[in-house]
Design a protein around this ligand. Sequence first.
Ligand code: ADP
Ligand code: MG
Length: 260
Amino acid sequence: MTYSQPETNAATVARDPEAIIIAKGVHKRYDNDFHVLKGISLTVNKGEVVVLMGPSGSGKSTLIRTFNGLEPYQEGKIEIDGTEISHNQKGIELIRREVGMVFQQFNLFPHLTILKNVTLGPIHLKGLSQDDAEAQAMELLERVGIAPQANKYPGQLSGGQQQRVAIARALAMEPKVMLFDEPTSALDPEMVREVLDVMRKLAQSGMTMVCVTHEVGFAREVADRIIFLAEGELVTDTTPDKFFNNPEEERIKQFLSQIL
Ligand code: ADP
Ligand code: MG
């Protein structure tokens, strides 16, 4: 005898204890009525590294931004570690502390030193003392190889160095999840590796990561899963091996022919 699964929504879905991001049927339209996310459902488990790929304009940035409350959506549900992203300001602020984000443009505060860039969030949002925040920041800057530059300003650092500071700054909030939106796309080629190395180490440390990137070497080596988006739909959610070596969908073959 077979049972058909009833229609469910996130409120009634049995939760996998290891799931940290659960998205169910997420739809988003921009104000001009452009339907950018067309019912995205996915789960990211604790400690997983998921790479999000897809053609330009497919909705990758929009999707990843919904995971930290930067992007409102109209239908569906998103939960981060059991907390639903609700559209009230308090819920969104809570989520932003738990979900770190690194952007293509590093978005450091240009008028603050590297050290201050990293301590600002912990002091103002987490209530750390300046001494504690600085000690933590120096450890993180050490970890990303920027400790000697702690008292410089962002403009005095290379793009790769600034991006590593941006990672340290996000980590200073002790997030449960790190989101990366094309973190190496704005970098000169020789600086891509130093940022990917930091991301690789972070993955090895057990951090849950969702990364939009077209860095195939990184995706093959570090990702547990590749999710491919096209035109606002999730086309596939599979292993790197299957994605790169045995793609079934024509849209994926076409995409790969452009990036490989
Ligand atoms: P990707 O990151 O995959 O390149 P985006 O999520 O940035 O895609 O964009 C997906 C689609 O949504 C694109 O067609 C883009 O033009 C459109 N879009 C992005 N931001 C806005 C906005 N603020 N208003 C209207 N349309 C937008
Ligand atoms: Mg994008």
